[in-house]
Write a protein that binds this ligand. Structure first.
Ligand code: UD1
Ligand code: CA
Length: 461
């Protein structure tokens, strides 16, 4: 006897009002469906079959290796979806068939394990939840405590609508009994669909269908709208953040820390409010991040200090400092103890060990050696309108404030540039390069100016 899982993911999710299939909306940087598949994997199935339909190719592309997909076209209801899946699975007699909707990412593996265990020798078990507001859900019908069927909200009588125990599209069936029940399904309902819920009444007529109430109804929260997507994402965030805090990460306000699932943090990291770490970002022990940092696919080493900054594909070395108000674009690498400060943008740039770009600069396609200082307002003019060119700055260089480094250009070790210079030629090691007009003084200028001005400006009362 084996366990076969079917995940229902053919629907479009009309209420999302989007072309993106509902199950591909991201939660903590992963598609909704991936979270469901994780929970399903946790029940150790022998095989997983995802029913796809709307956006089939895109959904299929999001599936991990070893998970199969079958296309349901047209989509004639949840019962029809399971028929299509069974056809693809082949003979399931004697097997347990687990059915899970593709849009409930908060389901826990333990819940699915309990459901499978509860079926035991019965033809079916279904997960149920008691909802304070059951509007829209199928209601679980019981007689003398035993489940007798499910009625959809739109087909329910006012008395049935008063029932708060609902079905959540999550079932464990015995294969042969399921196939027989599906064969008897009709389309005699408000939507003219084959309802999987109708299989329950048929199975209950021939044996016991076990209703398994879920301990925490939040687990079966489905996503049908953006409001529900946000609610589910918030719960995923709470779970993720709680597990990182348990692993030794400090969060000043975990409600305002947004971590993608693939992010890794070391114990001793401190995260301030407004931190978004996305993609495969990593943060080393003792690093302090935030307030207000967005970092994607970036690596922050131990002791780094990053605040009010945007990092994309950037590496921040040990003890390096970033921000406030810095933008590190792809290919930025800050070596240990270096600094990129206020209102600085970098792209494809290496800032060497101990070097500093403290204020108001753009460094593009640049390599800076060790212990160099880049004065405020320095710009690498890396683009001539057609091509990008490199700037190379050596060790212990002092770039004066407001220097324009017109690339390609090389500044040798220990060189200096004068403030306000436009550097168009290479500067040899140890040299001073100054490029600016001569300063001129006009004596008595202020007095003359005051005279002129006093004639024009009317006197104050
Ligand atoms: C379904 C259940 C209802 C339950 C509710 C929440 C039925 C008839 N109703 O209603 O009892 O309370 O879910 O769990 O089963 N899908 C397909 N192919 C189809 C139709 C749907 O794969 O032809 C998939 C959807 O992509 C979705 C899931 O099945 O993942 C549920 O479909 P949905 O349309 O959301 O069902 P509800 O009307 O919410
Ligand atoms: Ca639904």
């Amino acid at each position: 006897m084996s366990l076969r899982a079917i995940v229902l993911a053919a629907g479009r999710g009309t209420r999302m009002k989007s072309d993106l299939p509902k199950v591909l909306f991201p939660v903590a940087g992963r598609p909704l469906l991936s979270w469901v598949l994780d929970a399903v994997a946790g029940s150790s199935p022998d095989e997983v079959m995802v029913v796809v339909g709307y956006g089939a190719d895109a959904v299929r592309a999001a599936l991990p290796n070893g998970v199969r997909a079958v296309v349901q076209d047209p989509q004639l209801g949840t019962g029809h979806a399971v028929m299509v899946a069974l056809e693809a699975l082949g003979d399931v007699s004697g097997d347990t068939v687990l059915v899970v909707p593709g849009d409930t990412p908060l389901l826990r593996p333990a819940t699915l394990q309990a459901l499978v265990a509860a079926r035991a020798d019965a033809p079916a078990a279904l997960l149920t939840a008691v909802m304070p507001d059951p509007t829209g859900y199928g209601r679980v019908l019981r007689s003398g405590g035993k489940v007798t069927g499910i009625v959809e909200h739109r087909d329910a009588t006012p008395e049935q609508r008063a029932i708060c125990e609902v079905a959540v599209s999550t079932y464990a069936f015995e294969g042969t009994a399921l196939a027989a029940a599906l064969a008897g399904l009709g389309q005699g309902n408000d939507q003219g669909e084959y309802y999987l819920t109708d299989a329950v009444a048929a199975l209950a007529a021939g044996g016991e269908v076990r209703g398994v109430p879920v301990a925490d109804p939040a687990e079966v929260q489905g996503v049908n709208s953006h409001a529900q997507l946000a609610a589910v994402a918030a719960e995923v965030r709470r779970r993720l953040n709680a597990s990182w805090m348990a692993a030794g990460v400090e969060m000043l306000d975990p409600e305002r820390v947004y971590l993608d699932a693939a992010v890794t943090l070391e114990a001793g990291v401190r995260l301030y409010p407004g931190v978004h770490l996305a993609g495969h970002t990593t943060v080393g022990a003792g690093a302090e991040v935030g307030p207000e940092v967005f970092a994607v696919d970036s690596a922050l080493a131990s002791g780094a200090r990053v605040w009010y900054a945007v990092l994309r594909g950037a590496e921040v070395g040990e003890g390096a400092q970033v921000g406030p108000f810095a933008s590190l674009r792809p290919g930025t690498r800050l070596e240990a103890g270096s600094k990129v400060g206020t209102f600085v943008e970098t792209k494809a740039t290496v800032v060497g060990r101990g070097s500093k770009v403290p204020h108001l600069s753009y460094m593009g396609d640049t390599v800076i050696g060790e212990d160099s200082n880049i004065g405020a307002g320095t710009i690498t003019c890396n683009y001539d309108g057609r091509e990008k060119h490199r700037t190379v700055i050596g060790d212990r260089v002092f770039i004066g404030s407001d220097t324009m480094l017109v690339a390609p250009v090389v500044i040798g070790d220990d060189a200096t540039t004068g403030a306000g210079s436009v550097i168009t030629r290479d500067v040899p090691p140890g040299a001073l390069a100054v490029e600016r007009g001569q300063q001129r003084e006009v004596p008595g200028y202020a007095a003359r100016k005051t005279k002129k001005v006093s004639r024009k400006v009317p006197k104050k009362e």
